[in-house]
Write a protein that binds this ligand. Structure first.
Ligand SMILES: Cc1cc2nc3c(=O)[nH]c(=O)nc-3n(C[C@H](O)[C@H](O)[C@H](O)COP(=O)(O)OP(=O)(O)OC[C@H]3O[C@@H](n4cnc5c(N)ncnc54)[C@H](O)[C@@H]3O)c2cc1C
Length: 429
């Protein structure tokens, strides 16, 4: 699939340090573990394999961080996408479900820990993530999340109506907070992780698209335009951009395109009333509202496309309206300075996937919009797994065959056009 977001300017790239792009693959190489895809999942998998003693090569079709890992909103969240811990246990059973819940509870801590381990400046702020509720129904659900995670032993707190509304600077009915979470400049993190991988001895090739996979006597041979890598184990970490590299893979996920925006830096006076204490916030609407400050106190937000928001002017106007509506303190004229797109992979049940495509060939990822923290944990687990440190039964998710989405074309089309329905649902109690 063509990544047409590729190289378009965006806030995170503009405000991150630069990195010299790695070379393209030329010639034929051999390695223990080959990772295809240089997003968070792929880089964490490469790190997990390298930490386990494997020789690792990574092929990235564009540049490291050019897809969703580098251009997302930057919320680092230790919580499931839409589900509670007990709901995961009900689906996966106590052992795998419990293991998965542990991974999610620790995910933000693991992400910030990686930044610390490698001295990465990703403009990280670990001041907690708040999920406020805007209706009675979502308030009940927020309370359930809070109580379940508290019983699980996670560091969470409850914020009543006044506390949450004052803290965010926007009227909500109440909400809960996960202490170990926060926000980052995600592109800066991708740059930092790429440096870290190289420092740890992994080899990265950029602008090197994996075009074909072939089973040989020596292992899996993955071909690019000007070379190939033969590996014992191959990890596909290609997320929403999984094209035709492996037959049927792209029909197991739906690429979902959203836009992101950032205001000009806000004045101290306004900041005294909005996002006090610099937390990360995303609410419980279907047409999600999410906010945090960047390093320079721009308010970073985003929204779901309707057909017409593909045009930047309309998208900016929507975000301006949305922010004014959300934050009474933003009465003065507001300029949305930055606007960009990104595409992530979703699945209807919102549960990440671990596929064994064939012996020695796996796919992992798909976080349905909640992947920054989780990809860094799951990715490392995938790396340890393919390097022989984990068995299938040790993994925090069931290892399955591909799970194709029924009526994929129609479902994908509908998923990207649900915005008006979500807006209607959000008005309900
Ligand atoms: C706009 C936006 C906002 C988001 N906001 C948040 C947020 O605030 N918090 C949160 O938790 N999650 C958020 N997400 C989701 C999160 O960014 C993703 O879940 C996560 O980054 C996925 O990482 P990944 O490595 O699996 O995939 P990606 O980052 O998409 O990486 C996949 C990589 O594979 C490469 N690739 C694909 N095919 C090939 C091939 N054949 N050969 C070589 N390379 C290939 C691609 O070029 C790409 O670099 C957001 C996503 C977007 C798009």
């Amino acid at each position: 699939m063509v990544n047409d977001d590729w190289k378009t300017p965006h806030l995170w790239r503009k405000t991150a340090a630069q990195r010299k792009t790695a070379p393209r693959l030329a010639g034929d190489l051999k390695t223990d573990v080959l990772v295809v895809g240089g997003g968070f999942t792929g880089m964490a998998a490469a790190l997990g394999a390298r930490d386990s003693g494997a020789n690792v090569i990574m092929l990235e079709g564009n540049e490291i961080g050019s897809a969703s890992s580098g251009r997302n909103n930057g919320l680092v969240i230790s919580h499931h996408s839409k589900a509670s811990p007990s709901e995961f246990e009900a689906v996966y059973g106590r052992t795998v479900g419990g293991r998965y819940n542990c991974m999610v509870a620790d995910a933000a801590g693991v992400a910030f820990g990686l930044m610390q381990r490698f001295g990465i400046d990703a403009h990280q702020v670990q001041n907690g993530w708040i999920q406020p509720a805007h209706t009675d129904t979502t308030l009940k659900r927020a309370r359930q999340f809070y109580e379940e995670w508290q019983a699980f032993g996670a560091a969470v707190s409850w914020l009543d109506r006044d506390a949450v509304s004052t803290r965010i600077g926007s009227p909500y009915l109440g909400g809960w907070m996960v202490e170990n979470s926060g926000h980052i400049n995600p592109f800066a993190l991708t740059i930092g992780l790429a440096h870290a991988l190289e420092q740890e001895g992994a080899t990265i090739f950029e602008n090197t698209r994996a075009l074909r996979i072939e089973k040989t006597d020596a292992g899996w041979r993955v071909h690019s335009e000007a070379g190939s890598v033969t590996a014992d184990e191959v990890v596909l970490a290609t997320n929403a951009l999984s094209g035709d590299l492996w037959p049927g893979l792209k029909r197991t996920l739906i690429p979902f395109r959203v836009f992101q925006a950032a205001t000009e830096p806000l004045s101290e006076e306004v900041r005294a009333q909005i996002l006090i204490g610099n937390p990360a916030v995303s609410d419980m609407r279907n047409d999600l509202r999410y906010f945090h400050y960047d390093r320079d106190y721009r308010l970073v937000s985003g929204a779901t496309h309707t057909l017409w928001h593909n045009e930047a002017d309309r998208g900016r106007a929507k975000v301006e309206r949305l922010l004014r509506k959300a934050f009474p303190a933003l009465r003065t004229p507001l300029t949305v300075q930055e606007y960009w797109h990104g595409t992530f992979a979703i699945v209807p049940d919102r549960r990440p996937r671990l596929y064994r495509l064939a012996p020695g060939l796996v796919f992992g990822g798909v976080y349905s919009g909640r992947g920054v923290a989780l990809s860094l944990s799951l990715g490392q687990e995938i790396g340890r797994w393919v390097a022989g440190r984990r068995m299938d039964g040790d993994m925090p998710l069931p290892v399955t065959d591909m799970q194709p989405i029924r009526f994929h074309g129609i479902t994908a089309g509908l998923a990207n056009r649900m915005h008006p329905v979500h807006r209607l649902l959000d008005r309900g109690k």
